[in-house]
Ligand binder design. Structure first.
Ligand SMILES: C[S@@+](CC[C@H](N)C(=O)[O-])C[C@H]1O[C@@H](n2cnc3c(N)ncnc32)[C@H](O)[C@@H]1O
Length: 258
């Protein structure tokens, strides 16, 4: 299966651990920890280098990482080499399309972070993500925020791009890749039709999106993350964040007549 992210893999890997990535991963980590109760069975679809998957395995969760990219899975395997045996034993890596996720079993938590933007059509992926969820399970989606696509060009001083961004549904991202954006309403409808209800909505990178991809975390990274966290669940800030983090719960099917 074609991986539209592939052309951006090297640049993505070079920017791991830099300021914008550090903010993204720190916020998502804190937000996830409010909904993932240990010990859970977690499936990370499009796990890439495994930042969240590895962190969750360290916390005691059993984690399966599924990704199309052999390069990023190798990176993840490399990071696992430095971990104690008990953490390594909790991680299984599978090379393959996220659209096959439902064949891997049922999980308490399914993550799909930074993936939907690279799919022309996300129906098959959403079916697979929901198909992999146990009743009562949680689905965590991290997408490009479709509510405020003019924010990034505006903050970067790319004035000519602001007008078109107001009515756009996609954009060219920092990796130079064409990508789609999603609004909470679009995902609520798509997930609602599949038996899920939204429990959380956060914004990620309200104050840090305009900074260069190679900027280092800086001495004030803890204060920056604290400030980003403070606004991440609050309107109107979450509406203008670069990324939207939504968590859904699979509603238990009611069984009548028992
Ligand atoms: C931007 S990276 C995100 C990595 C990680 N989830 C994170 O948030 O740090 C996108 C990842 O999605 C993977 N990917 C894209 N399309 C995919 C698909 N259809 N099935 C599985 N993985 C996919 C890419 O190979 C890449 O590792």
């Amino acid at each position: 299966m074609e991986n539209r992210f592939e052309a951006g893999t090297d640049q993505w890997a070079r920017q791991l651990g830099r300021l914008r990535d550090a903010v993204r991963q720190a916020l998502v980590a804190t937000q996830l920890d409010t909904v993932v109760r240990p010990p859970s069975a977690v499936l990370d679809v499009g796990c890439g280098q495994g930042t969240q998957a590895l962190r969750l395995a360290r916390l005691g969760h059993t984690v399966t990482g599924l990704d199309l990219s052999p390069e990023l899975l190798d990176r993840f395997r490399g990071a696992l080499q430095d971990e104690p045996d008990e953490v390594r034993r909790r991680v299984t890596l599978v090379e393959g399309a996220g659209e096959t996720a439902a064949s891997l079993g049922e999980f308490d938590v399914v993550l799909c972070h930074g993936v939907l933007m690279y799919l022309d059509d996300d129906d098959a992926m959403l079916d697979a993500l929901v198909g992999a969820l146990a009743p009562g399970g949680r689905l965590s989606l991290l997408v490009r925020n479709g509510l405020a696509l003019a924010m990034r060009p505006g903050l970067l001083g790319d004035w000519a791009a602001v007008g078109p961004a107001l009515s756009a549904s996609g954009y060219t991202n920092r990796l130079g890749l064409p990508a789609r954006a999603h609004t909470p309403q679009q995902l609520d409808e798509a997930c609602g039709a599949r038996g899920l209800r939204r429990t959380h909505w956060w914004g990620v990178r309200v104050f840090s999106d305009h900074l260069p991809g190679d900027a280092p975390p800086g001495d004030d990274i803890d204060e920056r993350v604290a400030a980003e966290l403070a606004v991440s669940g609050v309107d109107p800030y979450r509406q203008v964040a670069a990324l939207t983090h939504l968590v859904y719960e699979r509603v238990y099917e009611r069984v009548y007549g028992l």
